[in-house]
Design a protein around this ligand. Structure first.
Ligand code: KIV
Length: 290
C-alpha cells in the first residue's frame, strides 16, 4: 500500500526499495551514549532527495534534511531564504526513500525564533507533512526555552551550536568559532543550556577542537560533529560535499569521491554520442512487434 511517506513500488523509478524494517528511534539514538561513553559513533549525512536517501539509508543512523539544501539544491547564497515549503517537500522525499535511518528535519530560518509557540506550530507542520521524527534548530541559550517547550510536547529536538549558518548575517561569515576565550565560553554555555533543556542530541559545527571535546565530555546527550572533533559521539557531513560534487568545500570536509567530475565526464560522453548520431542505437528504439 502506498502512502505519502512510502514509495509506490508499481510506479516509482526509485526501485527496488529495501524490505521494510524498524526505523532508528530518538530514544535509541539518545541511548547510544551511556554514562558519557559512545561505543559506536553515530553516522549522519544530509539527504534531500528520494534516491539519495535510498542509497545512504543502509549506512546511516540519521538522515538530516538540512536547510543546506538552499545552497546545495537551489543555489541560494545562504540558508536564510529557505522556506517551510522547500523543507516539507524534500523532507517527505527523504522519508519515502528510507526505512532504517531516523529522519531529522531542519527548521528553516524565521520559522521558530519568535516564540516557543511559533516553533511548535512550525515543527508540528514539518513532522506531519514529512514523516520525519525530529526537528533540528540552531542556537544556544536563546533557544533553550523553545527546546524545553517542544520536548515537553512530543517533538524531539536536535540542537545546533557553534557555527550556526542561519546567523551568517550576524556572524559575518562561516569562519571557525571560539577563537577568543569569551566566545569559547559562550559556546560552552550554549551547549550546556540546550542539553539541560532536553535536546536528544546536538550538532557542534565549526569550532576549535578543544571546545568540541569539552562539550562532548560535559553533556549527557550525544554530540555530532562537523568541523569539530573525532572525539564527538558522531559525525555529519553535507552529502554533496562528501561525494565531491563541488570544487570548493569547507576545510573540514573530506571528499570521498569526485562525483562532480565524473558526472561532467559522463555528460560529455552522452553529448558526443548525440552529436555523432551513435545514440540511440537499436537497443534504445522501438520496433513493430512480431
Ligand atoms: O543544514 C545542514 O546541512 C546542517 C548540517 C551541516 C549539520 O545543518
Amino acid at each position: 500500500m502506498s502512502t505519502t511517506y512510502t514509495i509506490d513500488t508499481a510506479t516509482s523509478r526509485a526501485n527496488p526499495t529495501p524490505a521494510p524494517m524498524k526505523r532508528m528511534t530518538v530514544p535509541a539514538i539518545r541511548a547510544r551514549k551511556q554514562n558519557g561513553v559512545t561505543a559506536e559513533p553515530l553516522v549522519m549525512l544530509t539527504a534531500y532527495t528520494v534516491r539519495m536517501a535510498q542509497l545512504l539509508d543502509p549506512h546511516c543512523d540519521i538522515l538530516l534534511v538540512g536547510d543546506s539544501l538552499g545552497q546545495v539544491i537551489y543555489g541560494l547564497p545562504s540558508t536564510v531564504p529557505v522556506s517551510m515549503e522547500m523543507m516539507a517537500a524534500h523532507g517527505a522525499a527523504v522519508t519515502r526513500g528510507s526505512w532504517h535511518s531516523l529522519v531529522v528535519i531542519d527548521m528553516p530560518f524565521g520559522s521558530y525564533e519568535a516564540s516557543p509557540e511559533q516553533a511548535f506550530l512550525s515543527a508540528a507542520r514539518l513532522l506531519k507533512e514529512t514523516g520525519a521524527a525530529a526537528v533540528k534548530l540552531e542556537g544556544g541559550q536563546a533557544m533553550a526555552a523553545t527546546i524545553a517547550f517542544l520536548s515537553a510536547r512530543g517533538i524531539p529536538v536536535m540542537a545546533h551550536v557553534g557555527l550556526t549558518p542561519q546567523a551568517v548575517n550576524a556572524l559575518g561569515g562561516y569562519g571557525a568559532r571560539g577563537r577568543s576565550e569569551a566566545e569559547a565560553g559562550k559556546i560552552m554555555a550554549d551547549a550546556t543550556a540546550v542539553a539541560e533543556a532536553g535536546c536528544f542530541a546536538m550538532v557542534i559545527e565549526g569550532v576549535l577542537e578543544p571546545i568540541a571535546t569539552a562539550i562532548t565530555a560535559a553533556v549527557a546527550c550525544p554530540t555530532i560533529g562537523i568541523g569539530a572533533s573525532a572525539e564527538c559521539d558522531g559525525q555529519v557531513l553535507v552529502v554533496d560535499d562528501m561525494l565531491g560534487m563541488f570544487d570548493r568545500v569547507p576545510r573540514f570536509v573530506k571528499k570521498y569521491d569526485e562525483l562532480g567530475q565524473r558526472i561532467a565526464e559522463t555528460a560529455g560522453r552522452y553529448a558526443a554520442d548525440v552529436r555523432a548520431r551513435t545514440f540511440p542505437t537499436a537497443d534504445q528504439t522501438y520496433r513493430a512487434k512480431g
